[in-house]
Design a protein around this ligand. Structure first.
Ligand SMILES: Nc1ncnc2c1ncn2[C@@H]1O[C@H](C[S@+](CC[C@H]([NH3+])C(=O)[O-])CC(=O)[O-])[C@@H](O)[C@H]1O
Length: 323
């Protein structure tokens, strides 16, 4: 599938979600990012994509490791080499024709923590904000969603999504290379909106929550996952500079504070369904993501602290309803 083929296929999918004007805004920005002003590495990534075996192929999207293609039915060395052209692979895991892509994150663990609590996704229109490679989008489609739109500004992640789509093209999963703030506002277009791992990157977290609310249809469900700290309704941490070596980390609220933010933004039925410490088993460097990872970001003398001295990463999943 060429980029133009992808844009042609994306067009009717967006048309079914948005008004004509909103559809044009999303499509033209997508075209601008991919065709008019592409990322410098895009030709190399597209060449790697193109060197993968042709699709479609049998897929199993309801497994913790998303399985694309029949193991052993293609030359493993060639498949591995193509996929290595799309390194770093952060969110997964995947297996292409028997080649295991052991991603930096065990994204399946997050899915297992939250999936039992969701309003059933069957028949719902879903938005996944900051979707990374799209790993969770495929799980949402396998759970019966009518359509899933993932948005993420990182172009490599869009190409990783296209590597899966090559085989799983029938699943109603779409990807637009946009930030949440670039999506049309007040669309009421989605029944479930996920924002996972994005809120702490936003300078203005309440505006992010209001943008998510605007994307939801009345009665729709928000799934908000973010870094939190322990504390009460008056606790929020703002790091002085980096947090766990990450730049652009702004607000880490307690669950009680995050609950208040959601309520002040007009959400109801706000509840925390999971709160857990991120482990070095869940996030670590692998052959498919060779940069530093969580074990390098913690204080070697005291792994309950980041190397800057803040509480180590702890994440919560909150659900809420738009009235
Ligand atoms: N303003 C923004 N709008 C949209 N996406 C953004 C924005 N800012 C950053 N991103 C994107 O949000 C993703 C955050 S990772 C979570 C992935 C997945 N959700 C996960 O829960 O595993 C963080 C983590 O490692 O948890 C990255 O892919 C960014 O490009």
């Amino acid at each position: 599938m060429t980029l133009n083929d992808y844009l042609a296929a994306l067009d009717p999918a967006l048309r079914s979600l948005f008004t004509a004007q909103d559809h044009e805004q999303v499509l033209s920005l997508t075209r601008h990012r991919l065709v008019d002003h592409p990322h410098g590495d895009l030709p190399r990534w597209l060449a790697a994509l193109d060197s993968l075996p042709a699709g479609p192929a049998p897929c199993q999207l309801d497994r913790d490791t998303l399985q694309l293609g029949e193991p052993g039915s293609e030359d493993s060395d060639a498949v591995r080499q193509s996929l290595q052209g799309l390194i770093p692979w952060r969110k997964g895991p995947f297996n292409f024709f028997g080649v295991a892509v052991d991603t930096e994150w065990r994204s399946d663990w997050k899915w297992q923590r939250l999936a039992p609590h969701l309003a059933p996704l069957a028949g719902r229109r879903v938005l996944d904000v900051g979707c990374g490679s799209g790993y969770h989008c495929w799980r949402m489609a396998a759970a019966g969603a009518e359509s899933v739109l993932g948005i993420d500004p990182t172009i490599l992640f869009l190409v990783q999504y296209l590597a899966v789509k090559r085989y799983a093209g029938q699943a109603p999963v779409w990807f637009a290379p946009l930030r949440m703030e670039e999506l049309p506002t007040q669309t009421d277009a989605f029944d479930t909106v996920f924002s996972m791992g994005v809120l702490y990157h936003r300078r203005s977290p309440l505006d992010h929550i209001l943008e998510l609310k605007g994307a939801l249809a009345p009665g729709g469900e928000l799934v908000l996952e973010t870094l939190v700290v322990e504390g009460d309704g008056q606790t929020v941490l703002m790091p002085e500079d980096r947090y766990a070596r990450m730049r652009n980390v702004f607000f880490l609220p307690s669950v009680a504070m995050l609950t208040l933010w959601l309520q002040r933004c007009g959400f109801t039925d706000v509840r925390c369904v999971d709160e857990s410490q991120t482990t070095v088993q869940e996030q670590r460097a692998t052959d498919w993501m060779r940069f530093q990872s969580l074990p390098d970001f913690l204080d070697p003398q005291d792994p309950s602290r980041t190397c800057e001295g803040y509480p180590a990463p702890r994440r919560a999943v909150l659900l809420a309803r738009k009235p």
